[in-house]
Design a protein around this ligand. Structure first.
Ligand code: NAD
Ligand code: MN
Length: 490
C-alpha cells in the first residue's frame, strides 16, 4: 500500500479546482467528487462538482474570449500557440502519464502513448490553422461571391473516462484550429489530467477564457453544458443512452453534435489467415485498455475450420497475460470502477446462466498487492449465438465473444446484424475477400490484417448507433466551422 501512496506523492500537488476564464476556482459551496486509483483503491484527490452556475460562468467566459482576444489573433499566430501547447504537453510527459495511470488504471506505456498522441493532436491541427481556405463561386460578370470558414462559437466537450487526456485533445485540436472556444466537462472518474492541461495552455500563451474546464456530475454539469443555449456545438464520447440525451438537449437550441458512442465491432478471421499474426492482433484488439475501448474488436467471427486451433492459441496466450498495477506496466490493468466491474461481471454471469461456455476467464480476479483493485480476467466466450446479449451489447470490458461462421458472406451478414457500426477488422491472405468485406461491412473504420492500425490522423467515427460525425484527421474539422458566403453585386 505504501508503494502506491508513494507514487501519489511523487505526482505532486494534484488539481482541485474548476478552471474558468483563466482562474482556478475553488468554491466552498460546491460538493466535491473524489477520484481514486482503480488498481490500489488509494484516494488521489477531489475536484469540485461543478453546478449549473459553474457552467453558465464557463460558457460566458468562452463567449467573451471568442469576441475578444482569441478572435483577434491571426491564424498563423493561433497555429503557433497550438503548436507550443503540443510541445509543452510532450515536455511534461512523465508527470502527465503518471497521473493518467494513477487516475485511470491504464498501463504506463499506454498512458505515455496517450500523452504523446495528445501532444500530436495539438501539433497536427496547429498546421491547418492558416490553410482553412474558402472558395469562390462563379456567378457571372456582375457579381463576386466567395466563402469563408468561420468559427461556430462556443463548443462543449463531454469527456469519457477510458482515454481521458486524449479525448480532451481530440476535440480541442479541431475546435481551436477553427477559432472556436471551449468548455470541457471531464468524466467523474478521471478528472485530473484534463485539469493539468490548464497549466500547459497557460504556458503556451492561450488567452484566458478560450478553454474552460468544469468538473462535475454528468446529470448536472454535463446536462447543463449540453443544454446551454450559447453552446453551438457539443462533442460527446460515451454511452449510447447518454449520447441520446445529449443530442436531445442540443436539439432544444439547434446546436450540432459530434457523437462517438459504443461499438460491438466484428473481427473476422478467415481460414487462410496468417494465424501467427492474427492471434496477438485479436488479443490486442479486445484486451487493450482492459477492453474499455469503444472500437474494441469484441466479436470474433471465425471460419469454422480453424476455430479449434485458433481458440486453443488464444486461450493459451490470454491465460498468460499478466494483470497488475499500471505502474508495473502489466499486460492488463484494472477496470475503471467497482461499477464497471459489476457491469462486466453481470454480463459474464448472465451468459453462463444461458449456458455459454468460457474457455478462459469470465470472472473478477484478485491481484496481489492490489486487493482493492477492480480486475477482471481476460475472457473468451465460445459459440456465442449471433443474437445473444454477449454478441449484441457493448460489454466495455475484456470479454471476447467467439462466433463461428461458414463463409465470408455469413461473416458480413452477422457482422452487419448489429445496432453498432464503429470499427471492423479482417485477417485473410485473399485481397478480394478482404476488399469485399471492407466494402460491405457497415463501419466507420476497417482494418485489414492489423486491427487499430489507422492511428490518430485517420477519420474515426461510427455508423448507426455508434454515432454522428467524424473525429481525427482533417474530416474532424468539418464539425467546427460554418461556411459563410459573401456576394458582392458590382
Ligand atoms: P456515460 O456516457 O454516462 O458518461 C460519459 C460522460 O458523459 C461523462 O463525462 C459523464 O459525466 C457525462 N454524462 C453523464 N450523463 C450525462 C448527461 N445526462 N448529460 C451530459 N453528460 C452526461 O458513460 P459511463 O456511465 O461512464 O459508462 C457506461 C458505459 O458507457 C460503458 O460501460 C461503456 O459501454 C460506455 N462508454 C463508452 C465510451 C466510448 O469511448 N465510446 C466511453 C465511456 C463509456
Ligand atoms: Mn480515478
Amino acid at each position: 500500500m505504501t508503494r502506491w501512496n508513494d507514487a501519489v506523492n511523487q505526482a505532486g500537488e494534484l488539481p482541485d479546482f474548476l478552471y474558468i476564464d483563466g482562474q482556478r476556482v475553488r468554491d466552498a459551496l460546491l460538493d466535491v467528487i473524489e477520484t481514486h486509483d482503480p488498481a490500489s483503491g488509494v484516494l488521489l484527490g477531489s475536484v469540485p462538482a461543478g453546478s449549473r452556475q459553474s457552467i453558465d460562468d464557463a460558457v460566458a467566459a468562452a463567449r467573451a474570449a471568442l469576441h475578444g482576444p482569441w478572435g483577434d489573433i491571426n491564424p498563423r499566430e493561433r497555429g503557433r500557440l497550438m503548436w507550443r501547447a503540443g510541445e509543452a504537453i510532450r515536455d511534461q510527459i512523465d508527470r502527465l502519464a503518471l497521473v493518467e495511470t494513477l487516475d485511470s488504471g491504464k498501463p504506463m506505456r499506454d498512458a505515455r502513448a496517450g500523452v504523446e498522441r495528445t501532444a500530436d493532436y495539438f501539433c497536427y491541427y496547429a498546421g491547418i490553422v492558416d490553410k482553412l481556405e474558402g472558395t469562390t463561386v462563379p456567378l457571372g460578370r456582375d457579381k463576386i461571391c466567395f466563402t469563408e470558414k468561420v468559427p461556430i462559437g462556443v463548443t462543449g466537450h463531454i469527456i469519457p473516462w477510458n482515454v481521458p487526456i486524449n479525448m480532451v485533445a481530440r476535440g480541442l485540436g479541431p475546435a481551436l484550429a477553427c477559432g472556436n472556444t471551449a468548455v470541457i466537462k471531464p468524466a467523474e472518474d478521471t478528472p485530473l489530467s484534463a485539469l493539468m492541461v490548464v497549466e500547459i495552455l497557460e504556458q503556451a500563451g492561450i488567452p484566458p477564457g478560450v478553454v474552460n474546464i468544469v468538473t462535475g456530475h454528468g446529470a448536472v454539469a454535463g446536462q447543463a453544458l449540453a443544454e446551454h443555449p450559447d453552446v453551438r456545438h457539443v462533442t460527446f464520447t460515451g454511452s449510447v443512452a447518454t449520447g441520446k440525451s445529449v443530442m436531445i438537449a442540443a436539439a432544444q437550441h439547434i446546436a450540432s453534435v459530434t457523437l462517438e458512442l459504443g461499438g460491438k465491432s466484428p473481427h473476422v478471421i478467415m481460414a487462410d489467415a496468417d494465424l501467427d499474426r492474427a492471434v496477438p492482433d485479436i488479443l490486442k484488439a479486445v484486451f487493450s485498455n482492459s477492453g474499455q475501448i469503444c472500437s474494441a474488436g469484441s466479436r470474433l467471427l471465425v471460419e469454422r475450420g480453424i476455430q479449434d486451433e485458433l481458440v486453443t492459441a488464444l486461450v493459451a496466450k490470454s491465460e498468460a497475460l499478466r494483470l497488475g498495477h499500471g505502474l508495473d506496466d502489466p499486460d492488463m490493468g484494472p477496470l475503471i470502477s467497482a461499477r464497471q466491474l459489476n457491469a462486466v461481471t453481470g454480463f459474464a454471469e448472465r451468459a453462463m446462466q444461458r449456458g455459454i461456455e468460457f474457455a478462459s476467464g469470465g470472472k473478477p480476479v484478485i491481484v496481489e498487492g492490489c486487493e482493492q483493485g477492480h480486475f477482471f480476467a481476460p475472457s473468451i466466450a465460445l459459440n456465442v449465438p449471433a443474437d445473444d446479449e454477449l454478441a449484441r451489447d457493448e460489454v466495455f470490458g475484456p470479454v471476447l465473444s467467439v462466433i463461428p461462421v461458414d463463409s465470408l458472406e455469413q461473416a458480413i451478414e452477422i457482422g452487419n446484424d448489429s445496432d453498432y457500426g464503429l470499427a471492423a477488422g479482417i485477417h485473410t491472405r485473399d485481397i478480394s475477400k478482404a476488399m469485399r468485406y471492407a466494402r460491405a461491412i457497415e463501419a466507420g473504420q476497417v482494418y485489414i490484417n492489423g486491427y487499430h492500425a489507422a492511428g490518430d490522423t485517420v477519420p474515426f467515427g461510427g455508423m448507426k448507433h455508434s454515432g454522428v460525425g467524424r473525429e481525427k484527421g482533417l474530416a474532424a474539422l468539418d464539425a467546427y466551422y460554418e461556411v459563410k458566403s459573401i456576394t458582392v453585386s458590382l
